[in-house]
Design a protein. Structure first.
Length: 154
């Protein structure tokens, strides 16, 4: 869509660009946090398995399915018993899993706000699909698919 076909550039356009840029950064930070928490939690799972905790117990504490717990445990082949108690492992796994769950919920809220901003931008014709893709880090095709049911001004 050519610039002339859209609504004139306004303060609304600038605000949307700032908000989308900020949400892209927030989403990047949230994703990085989740990666770090997941890596730490996975190491803790593997160590707990090495120290004798059952797959079922770890699965219940972490809310991961048992197959995932087994797979994580197999990925760390060079661990030695740590000497930590069962209770210490369980407390640490509960805390790290709760942190991870909180981080995932935070990322979900950011994604929902980003989607609302995308809808606002399309409805107000402040940005087209290509510009939105650039501002959000998504592909133009993703923008079109995600907003297929949104009414766009003619």
């Amino acid at each position: 869509m050519a610039r002339e076909d859209r609504a004139p550039a306004t303060g609304e356009h600038d605000k949307l660009i700032q908000s989308l840029t900020a949400h892209k950064q927030l989403l990047s930070q949230a994703t990085s946090t989740i990666r770090a928490l997941t890596a730490t939690r996975n190491e803790m799972i593997a160590q707990a398995l090495e120290d004798g905790l059952s797959v079922a117990t770890i699965s219940a504490v972490t809310r991961e399915n048992m197959r995932a717990v087994r797979t994580i445990g197999l990925a760390y082949g060079d661990l030695h018993p740590s000497g930590l108690s069962r209770g210490s492992h369980l407390d640490a796994l509960k805390a790290k899993s709760a942190d991870l769950h909180t981080a995932e919920e935070h990322r979900g809220r950011i994604e929902k706000r980003r989607e609302a901003l995308i809808v606002m931008a399309l409805r107000s014709r402040a940005c087209d699909d290509i510009e939105l893709a650039s501002l959000t880090g998504l592909t133009p095709d993703h923008i079109r698919k995600a907003t297929r049911r949104i009414r766009r001004p003619a």
